[in-house]
Design a protein around this ligand. Structure first.
Ligand code: DX5
Ligand code: ZN
Length: 214
């Protein structure tokens, strides 16, 4: 089954509880954490994860767009994150392994993320250790950007790696996903779709979530 992870980056932060309750038919809540260093934007962090934890039963899918995430992953786990994904570009290979191990030791689900210019092969050192791999289909930093269809060969390649090496691993895409591009992502092998603007700009949010599932 295709899972939908709406990004609260497109929610109204003054009405975050309302906007999280509005996506109760989704599978995950996608939380975009930006530090103004790894990406040219600053969003939300540990206190917000802690505050939203009690308002939903859905797993919190925390996407860390931060430099050297190993420094903070345990705090995100303690705040209530269920899935925690770290960019492979954000630190040395050794430190990304360490971040994954810390998330696992907390009993949470670790993942790695690749930016558009990063090749599929960059996930290989981590593939045995993660529960989810996230492929960016926009440059990370902002919602509402255009879907990069040229990322689909990378999604298909990582689907092949997953099927061969860690079949339980989820394959997520993030950026510019709408009801049309969702189909392209699924056809390429993704099983978790992040969608920010396509969910929160919809007049009927539950209907849009259903539409994205295809
Ligand atoms: C971008 C974020 C995405 C973003 C997606 O850096 O990682 O999760 O919120 O937003 P849309 O779906 O509007 O492209
Ligand atoms: Zn994201």
């Amino acid at each position: 089954m295709i899972k939908i992870s709406p990004s609260i980056l497109s929610a109204d932060f003054a009405n975050l509880q309302r906007d999280i309750e509005a996506i109760s038919t989704a599978d995950y809540v996608h939380v975009d954490v930006m530090d103004g260093l790894f990406v040219p934007n600053i969003s939300i962090g540990i206190p917000v994860v802690k505050s939203i934890r009690p308002v939903t039963d859905l797993p919190l899918d925390v996407h860390l767009m931060i430099d050297r995430p190993v420094r903070y992953v345990e705090q995100f786990c303690d705040a209530g994150a269920d899935l925690v994904t770290c960019h492979v570009e954000a630190d040395t290979e050794e430190n990304i392994h360490a971040a994954i191990a810390k998330i696992r030791a907390k009993g949470k689900r670790p993942g790695v993320v690749v930016k558009p210019k990063t090749p599929a092969s960059a996930v290989l050192p981590f593939i045995d250790e993660v529960d989810i791999i996230l492929v960016m289909t926009v440059e990370p930093g902002f919602g509402g950007q255009k879907f990069m269809a040229d990322m689909m060969p990378k999604v298909a390649q990582i689907r092949q790696y997953i099927d061969a090496m860690n079949p339980g691993c989820e394959l997520e895409v993030d950026g510019g996903v709408d009801p049309v591009t969702a189909k392209v992502c699924v056809a390429s092998g993704a099983n978790v779709l992040v969608a920010g603007s396509a969910v929160y700009k919809a007049a009927d949010i539950p209907a849009r979530i259903q539409e994205l599932r295809g």
